[in-house]
Design a protein around this ligand. Structure first.
Ligand code: DP6
Length: 330
């Protein structure tokens, strides 16, 4: 293997988190991190991860700093190893990554983190990969990250492990950013790390939840109906199906003892329900954490935001819209 000089430039990429409307929860057996169910998300502006990558011949190991702290994450090293194998060199990398929102507390930092890393690392290695291949690379470390490579509304099919690294599964855009005007209000309920990460929680759910088979059976139908509602620009049905997917996922996980909801989560959900009862269309979702994300029409957003900000235990409300996919910064 050669150690090419042109690989030692610093490359910077930015990516946004995404929020799943139809949830990914559960993996196929095997090593490739293939989702067991299809998912559909919206990529969000207003929160970002910025990642710098440089392959450097003076390094004796990969060096990874996330939000100013040195970290070891085997999924980061695995991603860099795949890039090194494709680029046919052995240089270690310096990775510096910063999130402008709470990390590892269920605000999808792994989605934006691995999307930005996959893009920056492939460019730093001077690989000329298309977005699908970069999405597949990101998915192997964290499946939701595959979706953050693209902007607007994005889906990721269920996959099938074949034992062959060339068996690709990439996310794809199903509707552009401006397809359905939407405000997503992110209610932050804690700045702490979550008790159990989604990867371990999925394993535990598959092993222990009596409802896991029902989830695997029903999730594809929820996804299909939700995608049709999106394409029909039916915001109400989209909201209802987002809540259906959220409850199905959380109920399945809770039956295995995995509880992400906190009292502030429940209070924020009650707030969304009472807004709806008084005629304001707002719908909630939660990922693997206690935060509540609320979808509403842009014209209703100021009122909904005011109400959510007043909920006991809601620390702050971040206002986001459908946003762009991952991109390189010069
Ligand atoms: C609840 O993508 O974090 O946010 O592939 O193990 O890294 P790994 O899991 P991850 O799971 C995300 C789960 C979710 C739902 C979703 O984003 O679809």
């Amino acid at each position: 293997m050669s150690e090419r000089r042109d690989c030692e430039q610093v490359v910077t990429a930015v990516a946004h988190p995404n929020i799943a409307l139809a949830k990914y929860w559960g993996k196929r057996a095997g090593q490739g991190n293939f989702p067991a169910v299809p998912s559909l998300s919206v990529t969000l502006s207003g929160m970002s991860t910025t990642t710098h990558v440089q392959f450097d011949r003076t390094l004796a190991a990969d060096s990874v700093m996330i939000n100013g702290e040195a970290q070891y994450d085997s999924r980061v090293v695995a991603l860099l190893d795949r890039v090194r194998a494709a680029a046919e060199f052995r240089l270690f990398a310096r990775v510096v990554s910063v999130n402008d929102f709470p990390t590892a507390s269920g605000l999808a930092s792994s989605a934006s983190g691995f999307a930005a890393l996959a893009l920056a690392a492939t460019h730093a290695a001077t690989l000329e990969w298309d977005a699908a291949r970069i999405s597949d690379l990101a998915r192997r470390s964290s499946a939701s990250a595959a979706r953050s490579i693209f902007g607007g509304f994005v889906e990721l099919d269920a996959g099938q492990e074949s034992g062959d690294e060339r068996n690709m599964l990439a996310a794809k855009q199903v509707a552009p950013i401006d397809y359905l005007p939407l405000t997503v209000l992110v209610c932050v309920t804690t700045e702490q790390k979550k008790s159990i990460g989604s990867t371990d929680a999925m394993t535990k759910t598959a092993q222990k939840s009596p409802f896991y088979d029902a989830w695997l059976r029903d999730a594809p139908a929820i996804h299909a109906s939700l995608k049709s509602a999106l394409l029909a620009r039916d915001r109400q049905l989209l909201g209802e199906l987002t809540e259906a997917s959220t409850w199905a996922m959380h109920a399945t996980a809770m039956a295995a003892g995995i509880v992400y909801l906190r009292s502030a989560t429940i209070d924020a959900i009650e707030c969304v329900r009472s807004l709806r009862a008084s005629g304001t269309a707002a719908y909630m979702t939660m990922d693997a954490g206690p935060h509540v994300k609320v979808f509403t029409a842009p014209e209703d957003a100021p009122r909904v935001k005011r109400e959510l900000a007043a909920v006991n235990g809601v620390l702050r409300v971040i206002e986001t819209q459908p946003g762009e996919g991952a991109r390189n910064l010069l």
